[in-house]
Design a protein around this ligand. Structure first.
Ligand code: V47
Length: 377
């Protein structure tokens, strides 16, 4: 019996995606309804193949990672986000910790032989520390490693500092920048839609302030990332609304480097009855991110959140960045992540090669710092 051919055009038409595929081919921007349709279509591979096309147009097979370390200096946090397994409300609560500055600095000193290029810091919203804790922390890290990039404090932390210490958001950013801050990570975005944000993260600054802080950071010459926490109670419409708000800011400033979907982890938090998002949902969210965010250069799969195998597969679903070696992560491991705590650059290179992609070690600003292993002496 002759085998029936099933070219991609026919497949796209069968899954109701032909019009979107035409737009993608022509470089026409997708709209809200297109985005929702991408989530509703049953054909994950058709969505993935469109995202892959866009990825290859921009980056060919190039896939970035960096050599970084995570530091979480305190988990004391006045916010009670329903999805969080990391925070402890008060100093003294079981499991609460706040590192001394020496302890934080020691984490970096201990790695003096590692060619780290980035320190990524996210903390709880601690009500009692002086602002100098944060500025001294940054200054001390730069003394230990003057060339290290400090990607620290989410926009939610910046808003909290401004309110607690009686400064404007801009003043906080300027003082932190003077102390050594180089860029902002994307955490704290969760879901921008007020319906969800009020339920999950009522104590956090709202979406407008989150985005305004990123805009201000961009105005001060800093790059930032933006995340989206998915796989809990949000709708497809709310996911697309989130992406479109990011796209609108990027149209204004052009200084967002990466979009990072973050898979919800349900262990040890008040939302533990919900299942974790499936691998197919994770692949689709990254693919839709690539298709909707036509002005954001990098789509990152944070392998600690997606799992290593799904992160590897996502390299054919629009993703071109795997974050980094990470090391010392606690937020996801307290919420049930079963990935290793860290990967070596060698392991990252191997898994990217094994996926048929080209690994490149980058710094935080996407300058290539090391050639792939195959090209090394
Ligand atoms: O904002 C917390 C998320 C974020 C859970 O900018 C959870 O390069 C899932 O922002 N299940 C912090 N997610 C991590 C983060 C990040 C990660 C990697 C790279 C970058 C970057 C930023 O973690 C929080 C929150 O959205 N989170 N608890 C949980 N149970």
């Amino acid at each position: 019996m002759a085998r029936r051919s099933y070219p991609m055009q026919a497949r796209l038409a069968a899954s109701g995606l032909a019009a979107i595929a035409e737009k993608v081919d022509a470089g026409v921007r997708l709209d809200f309804a297109d985005g929702v349709r991408l989530f509703e279509s049953p054909d994950l591979l058709a969505v993935g193949s469109m995202a892959n096309r866009v990825r290859e147009r921009r980056h060919a097979g190039r896939t970035y990672f960096n050599h970084n370390i995570r530091l979480e200096a305190t988990n004391v946090c006045v916010a009670s986000c329903l999805f969080c397994s990391f925070a402890r409300l008060k100093p003294g609560d079981q499991g609460a910790y706040t590192m001394s500055l020496e302890q934080v600095w020691d984490r970096l000193r201990q790695r003096k032989d590692q060619p780290l290029t980035e320190v990524h810091i996210v903390n709880g919203l601690h009500p009692d520390l002086p602002f100098s804790y944060y500025t001294d922390l940054l200054r001390g890290l730069k003394v230990i490693r003057p060339d290290i990039h400090l990607k620290c404090f989410t926009a939610v932390e910046i808003a909290f500092f401004a309110d607690l210490y009686g400064r404007t958001d801009e003043q906080v950013l300027i003082e932190l920048k003077d102390a050594g801050l180089d860029s902002l990570p994307g955490g704290g975005a969760e879901i921008f839609a007020p319906r969800v944000r009020r339920k999950l993260a009522a104590d956090k600054c709202d979406a407008d302030r989150y985005l305004s802080i990123h805009r201000t950071a961009h105005g001060l010459g800093m790059r930032t990332n933006v995340t989206m926490l998915y796989g809990h109670i949000e709708t497809f419409e709310e996911r697309i609304d989130h992406m479109l708000r990011i796209r609108a800011l990027q149209d204004e400033t052009g200084a967002i480097q990466a979009f990072i979907p973050l898979a919800f982890h349900p262990d040890n938090n008040p939302m533990r009855k919900l299942p974790a998002p499936s691998a197919t949902d994770t692949l689709r969210v990254h693919a839709v991110g690539r298709l909707m965010l036509d002005n954001v250069p990098h789509i990152k799969a944070y392998w600690i959140a997606t799992g290593v195998e799904v992160a590897q597969t996502s390299l054919w679903f629009g993703v071109n960045d795997l974050d980094g070696t990470v090391q010392e992560e606690t937020i996801y491991h307290m919420a049930g992540s079963t990935t290793p705590n860290a990967m070596t650059p060698r392991q990252l290179e191997r898994l990217i090669f094994a996926a048929g992609r080209e690994p490149l070690e980058r710094d935080t600003l996407y300058n290539v710092v090391r050639a792939p292993v195959g090209a090394r002496q």
